[in-house]
Structures are given as structure tokens and as C-alpha cells.
Design a protein around this ligand. Sequence first.
Ligand SMILES: [Zn+2]
Length: 72
Amino acid sequence: MRIVPHCGACMQPLKSSQHAILDDANGLIHKNCAGGRMIKDQGTVDELIDRHPKWLGDLRKYYPKRNFKLIK
Ligand SMILES: [Zn+2]
């Protein structure tokens, strides 16, 4: 069974492009599931992993960076 990072509130998987928040326990939660939680930061899951490598860096392996082709 593959473990996929999931929302701490609704327990559904978090997708890299979904809007999420980082709560005061450094957990990721969908923005729509945040309710009255304290929000330390918000953005897409991908952006939050990039901005908080200390807390979320381990999640990067589940969300590999896309390879962009350089157009010359
Ligand atoms: Zn959720």
C-alpha cells in the first residue's frame, strides 16, 4: 500500500496543485477544510513544500517536480 500525504481534517489525499494551509502543528490541510484553525501559511501544496522544507521536505518525494522543456 502506498502512503499518500492526506489532509489532517478530511483525510482525503492532498494533490500538489490543491490550495492548502500549514497549521500551527505544521500539518497540511485543504484550505476549504481549515475551518477556524490557525493558519501559518497558505498556497498550493507544491508551494508550501518549497517554502517549508524543514517541516514538509519529506513530502517532496510524493510530489516530484515536473520537468519543463526549455524553449529556445
Ligand atoms: Zn481536507
